[in-house]
Write a protein that binds this ligand. Structure first.
Ligand code: GLP
Length: 250
């Protein structure tokens, strides 16, 4: 069971737990993909979307969903990590989704973390999104400081794909995936807030008590650069799917 409310422009689906949140998210994805088999997806990494990806894999294996004509653009990548590094987001996407579904790998794009000319490859990433006629459905997680993708507090509304410095608390949050904190890259390549807001439809998933502040500030406060996810209030079709813990301050 889920409770649905509208906070400003944003639809908020409050689920009992993270499993149900993943199910709701996967249903939205399946509906959009089934309606438009050559859909362009924007995909996210982090621990939150893993369950949702498992659901999509299940539907694909059961024959209820096909990714044959789907194209995808990932939000971000650590600077300096090659795609075969176990903590790179390319590796994450292969392991948690692409290796298990019928998507063409050549249709899955992730920003290049090892480009010798990052400004050039960031521009090319933006151009590839444009050439694909933009992202139809964008999945987002949220950082405990309110970041989306790697758009840290202070990121402008108009920002595009670029190289960014990670904040100390993001490095601390993400250190759990590395064998030690000093291995976490200090920089990343990320789609900008302006890039993300151009997606036709956006779904943000947030679960767990450590997201409750970020979720309430994103929805209850005015859009502000201190909480990048609050800029989603400017989007005409954005849904937050949260569990009880993440919604406890709404
Ligand atoms: C990283 C990613 C974000 C993600 C965030 C939250 O910083 N760049 O896209 O939303 O982590 O991750 P988690 O879902 O593990 O809490």
């Amino acid at each position: 069971m889920a409770e649905i409310k509208k906070i400003g422009t944003i639809k908020v689906i409050i689920c009992d737990d993270s499993k149900n949140a993943a199910k709701h998210g996967a249903e939205i994805f399946a509906e959009v993909i089934n309606k438009k088999p050559d859909v362009v997806l924007g995909l996210a990494t982090g621990s939150t979307p893993v369950e949702l990806y498992k659901e999509l894999i299940r539907m694909n294996k059961e024959g209820a969903l096909s990714f044959k004509r789907v194209k995808s653009f990932n939000l971000d990548e650590y600077l300096g990590l090659t795609g075969d590094h176990p903590q790179s987001y390319r590796y994450f996407m292969n392991k948690n989704l692409f290796d298990h579904i019928d998507i063409e790998k050549s249709n899955t794009l992730v920003p290049d973390g090892t480009s010798k000319k990052p400004e050039v490859s960031c521009k090319q990433y933006e151009e590839s999104i444009k050439k694909a006629n933009g992202v139809d459905l964008q999945l987002l997680g949220i950082g405990s400081n309110g970041h989306i993708a790697f758009n840290e507090p202070g990121s402008p509304l108009t920002s595009r794909t670029r190289v960014v410095d990670l904040k100390e608390n993001t490095i601390n949050d993400n250190a759990r995936f590395f064998s030690n904190k000093s291995e976490v890259p200090k920089k990343a390549v990320t789609m900008g807030i302006g890039t993300i807001l151009e997606a036709k439809k956006i779904v943000l998933i947030a679960t767990g008590a450590n997201k409750k502040n970020a979720v309430s500030k994103s929805l209850n406060g005015k859009p502000d650069t201190d909480i990048p996810a609050s800029f989603l209030q400017n989007h005409p079709d954005c849904t937050f799917i949260v569990d009880k813990e993440a919604s406890s301050q709404l």
